[in-house]
Design a protein around this ligand. Structure first.
Ligand code: NCD
Ligand code: ZN
Length: 349
């Protein structure tokens, strides 16, 4: 048996949804994480501070008694977003960041941004007040191959945005390519990137080889092996600009197992166990805490959590729940395709 004690992790990119799914999934994040950046892509999206306040209440209502979990709210950027509303939400502590979805890039992104030029005034205000922008980094141009959409986004949107507003603090969300890792490394102090659990574990073969496996389909879609290796190298590097955002994105099974299935991997229940496995495999357990518990708070200018958790490795594989129930439906939990030996528990000490 092997144990590792680290500060309690946070999740810097999480979809909690609403209604029955929110009720079903929120306790799983709260069981492992202290805080999470809550994605605003509901239908309709969380656009105003008032929307965020109401959604925050619904999340708090879905948490187990005394969970202590803090949802850090984000606003969904539209071409009609109001800089004054965003600034007041940020200044009064209700809103932590703004999320930029290119229109049509992913689940519920229809009201996202078509022309980034149109939101420059809002982004300039955010730069002025030090408010981070979380970016879904994919172009939606149908001419661009889906596996190239991140790299083309960097060239067409992100690099010009950096040049135009270098003071803006940006998180490149769920980076999935070596191009993304290289860009973030070369782009200065005020840009960070989240990396998901599953992109450290799967490449595109998981989705397509030997049968089509919808539970591995997410956006940005997993790329070829060299990209997975670049993500692993970044995650275990200990560098402050890379931190965990699980992108746990539940959809009920009928919506995944369909002729046109939804994008999203639900990994909230076993993320820490999977990450301990990955970092152990890379001989980097001593850098797991930086990735899950230190780098994110530092980027968001928040203190790291005081509480500690203990990760325990047993020789025998540990069982975990393969599906969870949400109302009438089930949601499939991410299967890393290796036996899980790690478990995280509260550390009483
Ligand atoms: C997310 C979702 O379902 O909301 N899906 C996903 O595959 N990651 C949206 C997103 O983060 O792109
Ligand atoms: Zn997401």
């Amino acid at each position: 048996m092997k144990t590792l004690t680290i500060r309690q992790p946070d999740d810097w990119h999480l979809h909690l949804r609403d209604g029955a799914v929110l009720q079903a999934v929120a306790p799983w994040s709260a069981a492992h994480f202290s805080r999470a950046i809550i994605m605003p892509n509901l239908v309709p999206p969380v656009v105003t501070s008032a929307d965020a306040a109401a959604y925050r209440e619904r999340i708090l209502g879905a948490l187990p008694e005394g969970s202590g979990f803090t949802p850090l709210m984000t606003l969904y950027l539209t071409e009609a977003s109001q800089a004054d509303d965003i600034e007041s939400g940020f200044r009064n502590g209700l809103v932590t960041a703004v999320k930029l979805y290119p229109a049509g890039a992913t689940t519920n992104s229809q009201s996202g941004v078509r022309d980034v030029e149109a939101v420059y005034p809002v982004l300039e205000r955010m730069a002025k007040i030090g408010m981070p922008l979380c970016v879904h980094g994919e172009v939606t141009d149908p001419e661009i191959d889906i596996f190239d959409r991140e790299a083309v986004f960097i060239e067409r949107v992100l690099a010009p945005l950096r040049r135009r507003i270098p003071e803006l603090r940006i998180v490149m969300e769920h980076v999935t390519t070596k191009d993304g890792v290289d860009f973030v490394r070369g782009a200065g102090e005020n840009i960070g990137a989240t990396i998901t659990t599953h992109h450290l574990i799967i490449n595109r073969n998981a989705i397509l080889a030997g049968g089509i496996r919808p539970h591995y389909y997410c956006l940005p879609v997993a790329k070829r092996e060299k990209h997975r290796l670049a993500l692993r190298e970044a995650a275990i590097s200990g560098e402050g600009r890379f931190f965990l955002g699980t992108d746990s994105a539940p959809h009920v099974d009928p919506l995944k197992e369909s002729a046109c299935g939804c994008a999203g991997v639900f990994n909230a229940p076993n993320t820490m166990a999977c990450l301990a496995h990955v970092f152990e495999e890379e001989n980097a357990l001593d850098r797991l805490e930086a990735f899950t518990s230190l780098n994110g708070p530092a980027f968001y200018r928040l203190p790291p959590n005081e509480k500690r958790i203990r990760l325990v490795r047993s020789d025998e594989p540990v069982e975990y729940q393969r599906k969870i129930r949400a109302g009438q439906d089930e949601i499939t939990v991410f299967d890393p395709m290796f036996p899980i030996h790690w478990k995280d528990e509260d550390d009483a000490s």
